[in-house]
Write a protein that binds this ligand. Structure first.
Ligand code: FES
Length: 167
C-alpha cells in the first residue's frame, strides 16, 4: 500500500495530526490553537490538514480556510528560507515602507504571501512590529532592519543571493 504523504513531504504527518487529535478535545474553540500547532510544525497550514481539522472539529472547510487566510500568522504555502516582511503599519508607511515593498516585489517577482520557485525567499506584509522609532522597518527571518531604504534592501538581497549573508 502506498504511504500517505503530507503535501509538505513530511513523513510524520499522520503521527503529528494523530497526536494533535489526542491532545485536543474536538471543540470549535480549539481551532486557533490547533492551527497554531500545524503552522509551527509544517511551516504552513497544508490543505489536507485543514480537511482533517474540519472533520475532527466538525467545522466547514470554508470556515477554516477563512480563518487561515484572515490571520497573517497562518500561511497556505511554505515560507522561503529567508522570509522578508515589510512593515506597512502607519509609522512605517508614512516613512515610505511601500517603496521597499514595491522594490521587493519587483526584484523577487512574487507577491506578499508567495515564495520564490527556488524556495529561497518569501515575502509578507506586516503591521506594526513594535519598532516604530526605527521606521521604516523590514525584517528578515525576524531580524529587524530599521531606518530601511531601498538601497539597504538591495544590499541585503544581494548578500543573500551571493551566499554571504551576515544574517
Ligand atoms: S509601524 Fe512599523 S514598526 Fe510600528
Amino acid at each position: 500500500m502506498e504511504e500517505k504523504k503530507c503535501e509538505c513531504n513530511c513523513q510524520n504527518k499522520d503521527a503529528f495530526m494523530e497526536k494533535l487529535f489526542q491532545e485536543y478535545k474536538p471543540v470549535k474553540d480549539n481551532l486557533i490553537s490547533m492551527l497554531n500547532e500545524v503552522q509551527e510544525h509544517y511551516g504552513y497550514v497544508p490543505m489536507n490538514c485543514q480537511k482533517e481539522l474540519s472533520n475532527f472539529l466538525n467545522i466547514p472547510m470554508a470556515e477554516i480556510y477563512g480563518v487561515v487566510t484572515f490571520y497573517s500568522r497562518f500561511t497556505l504555502k511554505p515560507k522561503g528560507k529567508y522570509n522578508i516582511a515589510v512593515c506597512l503599519g502607519t509609522a512605517c508607511y508614512v516613512k515610505g515602507s511601500q517603496k521597499i515593498m514595491d522594490r521587493l516585489k519587483e526584484r523577487l517577482k512574487i507577491e506578499p504571501g508567495e515564495t520564490t520557485q527556488d524556495g529561497l525567499f518569501s515575502i509578507e506584509e506586516t503591521r506594526c512590529v513594535g519598532a516604530c522609532g526605527l521606521a521604516p522597518v523590514f525584517t528578515v527571518n525576524g531580524e529587524v532592519y530599521g531606518k530601511a531604504t531601498v538601497k539597504k534592501l538591495d544590499e541585503v538581497l544581494d548578500e543573500i543571493i551571493n551566499n554571504k549573508p551576515k544574517i
